[in-house]
Design a protein around this ligand. Structure first.
Ligand code: HEM
Ligand code: HEM
Length: 231
């Protein structure tokens, strides 16, 4: 039986530039923090912009980029993996069912990392899109100074000022707890994403070897060489 071979354009320049920009931005964010907070936040924002664009493209982009093209049922994903292990894989022009599931997991985990990062930036440094406004900050400062004034007025430390003192301490403790909570969650998402990235790259390598597919080349040039076994 003869197979007809042809070259198809699978990934548009936007998807390819987006992917490699994401790779650089993700690792930049992962390996910077503390002293390089500005760089860290900007790398994170680039990931956020990538996500918004990629999610939109999942609805309005080309055929192989749309979510509908690569979201499959668990049965189909497992079936694909079984065939891959049996070295008899089905060929897909776009993402294969397992690759598609990984893309969704990566997008969700990246969104969690970015959103918790933005929240943490607001809680820790009151910077970024979730930072409270100058007016809200003013109200916070005013209520804090009211407490301090009330404390100063009452040197005898009567019951009322003790209550204010406890309130003030409880406020500070709540802030600290919020900071710790968002930091833990942000770190958890960042490490979950890193784990998924390892599995993603492992999957790309496995497919490239078993399936003899030049997936990385396709993510660079946008083109795939296909025959009539591809769906
Ligand atoms: C150097 C390491 C990497 C390589 C070689 C690589 C390679 C690839 C390849 C070949 C594809 C297309 C897969 C297919 O044909 O089904 C792809 C897609 C994708 N990769 Fe990577 N990748 C790398 C790192 C990353 C990282 C670090 C992330 C996220 C932080 C990531 C996120 C994605 C996403 C979201 C897609 C789907 C692209 C789309 O549909 O727009 N990749 N990657
Ligand atoms: C995908 C993108 C991102 C990755 C991979 C990432 C990764 C990380 C990691 C690994 C840490 C260290 C956690 C720890 O050890 O406690 C961290 C901390 C932090 N990240 Fe992100 N992050 C990302 C996006 C963002 C964004 C968008 C922001 C805010 C605009 C942000 C703000 C922060 C802050 C404020 C800290 C705490 C720094 C400190 O106090 O030491 N991150 N991030």
């Amino acid at each position: 039986m003869t197979t007809i071979k042809k070259t198809v354009q699978v990934w548009s320049p936007l998807i390819r530039i987006g992917h490699w920009t994401l790779v650089i931005a993700f690792f930049t964010a992962y390996f910077t923090e503390d002293d390089f907070m500005n760089l860290h936040a900007w790398a994170g924002y680039i990931v956020g912009i990538y996500l918004l664009t990629r999610i939109l493209w999942g609805f309005v982009g080309g055929k192989y980029v749309r979510f509908g093209n690569f979201i499959h049922s668990p049965t189909k994903i497992l079936g694909y993996l079984k065939n891959l292990i049996a070295r008899n894989p089905q060929h897909y022009i776009g993402h294969n069912p397992a690759g598609g599931a990984m893309v969704i997991a990566l997008l969700v985990s990246l969104a969690g990392t970015t959103l918790t990062g933005i929240k943490l930036y607001a809680v820790e440094e009151n910077k970024g899109p979730f930072a409270i406004t100058a007016q809200q900050a003013q109200i916070k400062i005013q209520s804090a100074s009211l407490i301090t004034e009330a404390k100063a007025e009452d040197d005898d430390e009567d019951e009322g000022s003790k209550d204010l003192d406890i309130d003030h301490k409880a406020d500070k403790q709540a802030d600290k707890q919020a900071e710790e909570f968002w930091e833990e969650l942000h770190e958890l998402f960042a490490n979950l994403t890193l784990l998924l990235v390892f599995l993603h790259v492992g999957g790309v390598i496995a497919s490239s070897i078993i399936d003899k597919e030049k997936l990385v080349k396709a993510m660079l040039t946008g083109e795939k060489n296909i025959d009539d076994t591809y769906q």
